[in-house]
Design a protein around this ligand. Sequence first.
Ligand code: NDP
Length: 329
Amino acid sequence: MTFPALVTERRDDGSIVSQVEMLDDARLPPGEVSVDVEWAGFNYKDGLCLTGGGGLVRTYPHVGGIDFAGTVRDSTDPRYVPGQAVVLTGWRVGELHWGGFAGRARVQADWLVPLPLEMNTRQAMILGTAGLTAMLAVNRLAHAGVAPDDGEVLVTGAAGGVGSMSVSLLSRLGYQVAALSGRPQHGEKLVALGAKSLVERAEFLAQPDKPLESARWAGAIDSVGGVVLGKLLKQIRPGGAVASLGNAGGIEINTTVLPFILRGVSLLGIDSVMQPYEARLEAWDRLASLFDFPAYDGMVEEVGLADLPEAAGRILRGEISGRVLVRPR
Ligand code: NDP
């Protein structure tokens, strides 16, 4: 039986092109578990993979899709049985290994996580890598001592996938969330997700630069990096913490040591890709009980495989809000 897949090729002139093709099981890479993919997520990194950005994809032809959810079709690993609902994020699937932009995927059993019973595959992909990463960031902030009554927590890139998930999760836990975005048109949606205040990126960056600025935020979750991260570090309150997880605005930060040595600020790195199994399981279980799916409804867009090359341009230009779900069949 064949299934559709978005196959990405590199042409002789170096250009990267993707088109939908019908494949059969023989084309799939080796692995212990075959999964009928019901939903895939669409992330900033998927945009890079579909356009050859960041050097993430090394061999072609390639099938992208860094996260997906579906049901097990067959398995040589006793932990998984046909019909079981599973989710996969990370492990460089969709980059080095073929991913979820196909009706079927074959992967290593160790990369999968059984879906919590309360969550269906569509909900799993509304969350996807973005939700998992936001959950890990929220957990790290809490472990670093940032508590809901400590004051405002700033979320940057708030209209994006990880940012909007972070706004929602922090607000569910009782934090006062300030949402920083370059797109004021999404302010209402962010307020509906639980943001108590909105910060315009241009205004935030326009404030005069000093080594330390007035201490405003108890903590922050940053998916932007670059000048935004450099700026917000100067505004963290004594003892506060920043979870750094993305680089949508740049990979370099310009900072001094002053926030760290005069205010005891902590900079916490978040990597969802290589998280061990137990940590994933715990995060997915917490997401199942915490995440407000109905409140997030207005932030979800659904597309098919053929729409993805166009969506790649949009996500790289910062034009997508919330989460894009891919229905591969
Ligand atoms: P999205 O594109 O959905 O969100 C990124 C947001 O960043 C945009 O919506 C926009 O927010 C803001 N942004 C985009 N471009 C710029 C810019 N030039 N300057 C300032 N802000 C900008 O992406 P994701 O949420 O999927 O991913 C966000 C980041 O996190 C990416 O860098 C991604 O690679 C990284 N990531 C890291 C993970 C990890 O494990 N560490 C896992 C998942 C993602 P707004 O419109 O509100 O301003």
